[in-house]
Design a protein around this ligand. Structure first.
Ligand SMILES: Nc1ncnc2c1ncn2[C@@H]1O[C@H](COP(=O)(O)OP(=O)(O)OP(=O)(O)O)[C@@H](O)[C@H]1O
Length: 513
């Protein structure tokens, strides 16, 4: 590949934020017709490099050339003009418009009397067909599509400008396995047409499945550029800068410790359900046990969790907490009962960007005490120091605005916020999403440690491997219904769960149907 000229060449790129050198003399090359993954731990500088390439950030020094032309981006439209299109993690589409309007937004075909919708929809259809989505009707509302298909629409929209480079920042973080495969079919198709694709994901499996080459960043520096057949252990050690044995194997910890524990039921829900959200379900949580909720997106995992911590009201069933019938009217009432919930949706429900790491971390403790009784600063400092250390938040600066931390580090602060309330029941919804492999192991270990200390944990994750690794009991949900509950053991693998879901027989949505 390297005999050909790169379409993008970034040389010696540096970007500094107050107190952090986010990129330090980084080189990066992208070739036409390749899928290239940018790899690195949380905070390594991946998003910053992408933002430099897409014109969101100005570079402090270095040079960017696209197709041999030197570029000086002072905004995203400059990057677009140079042929660089971006699809961000949070899809920027308008749900109140049609599919065609979304694809063509800003590029509508105009006639003498304004927009010619017939012609616009025709072009939209061609764009969709290019991605193999010809089955979709451009005149239908966008809202009629699943989130996964909306993501494909976002790509169709990005492709309208006929870009030479397509940048995808964590495009798979809310897709299930089948949806990821549909996305990959489309990416391969575009690659084969000669588009250069830059891909960021924390899912190693996916990186290996889709990439031709990899660039690794570490601590804001260029670590290396490799073909994508680099052995995994080598890749990981390049990302974390240590040999792999520094990694702890925690596979057996869950099963060993669960055998020793006396498990007392702390929460027992019977027939808990809510119309349109989750069918009546039995679930019980024990002190010292990690119970997993597995299932595809939309299977009702989060909906069930919301009933357990009082965010939604159940319309059937009962909750017995510490032996007493209870109704939890709100999340604050749940906190009073020492039930904490960490959400998967860190941007909308979790993180408050304009507050510092310290303020974000103590928020739940403060809410629990009541806002009239401010937490003494000394106590705040103690809590903050403890969780920054335990969870390895980087940079370890409590006074930094949280919006300036990398996504993975924000996720760690969010987890710390709930741990700080010292819950007896901890509900974690996708706690390791967007988190690099080193930090993931740290969080999994923290969860097991909490269980060892007697906390009852409900662990929700789309990554079945992770559920199997740390949960001792697993509830499998499908189509808003519990379809199985299994004890974990040496014979249980992620394939066992996939099998349970597949055998249950319902049809998974086809992308273009
Ligand atoms: N706007 C900003 N102001 C100050 N510091 C920032 C800003 N954006 C990023 N940083 C810092 O720059 C460094 C690189 O962050 P970046 O978001 O590029 O990492 P990343 O590799 O994308 O991480 P993740 O995998 O967690 O998303 C981090 O230390 C981060 O805290």
């Amino acid at each position: 590949m390297s005999e050909r000229a790169p379409i993008v060449e970034m040389r010696d790129i540096s970007i500094e934020f107050p107190g952090v050198k986010a990129l330090d003399a980084v080189d990066f090359r992208l070739f036409p017709g390749e899928i290239h993954s940018l790899m690195g731990e949380n905070g390594a500088g991946k998003s910053t490099l992408i933002k430099a390439l897409t014109g969101v950030y100005r570079i402090d020094s270095g040079s960017i050339t696209v197709a041999g032309e030197p570029q000086h981006f002072s905004g995203t439209s400059d990057a677009e003009k140079a042929g660089i299109a971006t699809v961000y993690q949070e899809i920027n589409l308008c749900t109140n418009l049609t599919i065609g309007e979304n694809v063509m937004l800003g590029h509508e075909v105009r006639g003498r009397f304004g927009v010619n919708w017939k012609a616009t929809n025709k072009v939209a259809l061609e764009q969709l067909a290019r991605l193999g989505l010809e089955g979709l009707d451009p005149t239908k509302p966008l809202a009629s599509l699943s989130l996964a298909v909306q993501q494909l629409i976002a790509i169709a929209r990005a492709m309208v400008i006929e870009p030479r480079v397509l940048v995808l920042d964590e495009p798979t973080s809310s897709l299930d396995a089948k949806e990821v495969e549909s996305l990959f079919v489309i990416l391969r198709r575009l690659r084969d047409e000669g588009v250069a694709i830059l891909f960021v994901s924390h899912f190693l499996e996916q990186v290996y499945a889709i990439s031709d080459r990899l660039t690794v960043l570490r601590n804001g520096q260029f670590e290396g550029e490799y073909p994508a057949d680099l052995p995994r252990s080598v890749l990981i050690s390049k990302m974390i800068g240590k040999e792999l044995e520094a990694f702890r194997s925690i596979d057996m910890t869950a099963q060993a410790s669960s055998a020793q524990r006396h498990e007392a039921t702390i929460l027992d829900a019977e027939g808990l359900g809510r119309k349109g959200s989750i069918m009546p379900t039995d679930i019980s949580l024990q002190r010292g046990a990690v119970v997993g909720l597995a299932g595809l997106l939309g299977s009702g995992r989060t909906e069930l969790a919301r009933l357990l911590y009082g965010a939604d009201k159940a319309d059937t069933g009962t909750i017995t907490l510490r032996g007493k019938r209870t109704t939890l009217g709100s999340p604050v009432a749940a906190l009073d009962q020492r039930i904490a919930f960490s959400t998967e949706n860190r941007r909308d429900e979790g993180i408050i960007g304009d507050l510092t790491v310290r303020e974000n971390l103590v928020l739940a403790v403060q809410a629990k005490r009541g806002w009239m009784r401010p937490l003494p600063r000394k106590e705040q400092d103690r809590i903050v120091a403890k969780y920054i250390e335990e969870l390895g938040v980087r940079p370890a600066d409590p006074e930094r605005l949280i919006k300036n931390l990398s996504g993975g580090n924000q996720q760690k602060v969010l987890l710390g916020r709930w741990l700080a309330t010292e819950p007896e029941i901890l509900i974690l919804d996708e706690p390791t999403r967007g988190i690099d492999i080193g930090a993931k192991a740290d969080i999994q270990e923290t969860v097991l440690k909490l269980a060892d200390e007697g906390v009852a944990v409900l662990f929700i994750s789309s990554e079945l491997d992770e559920v199997v690794r740390i949960c001792e009991r697993i509830l499998v949900l499908k189509d808003r219904e519990k379809i199985a509950e299994i004890e974990n053991g040496p014979d249980v693998t992620s394939q066992t769960i996939v099998g349970i879901i597949a055998d249950h027989g319902a049809v998974v949505e086809e992308v273009a149907s």
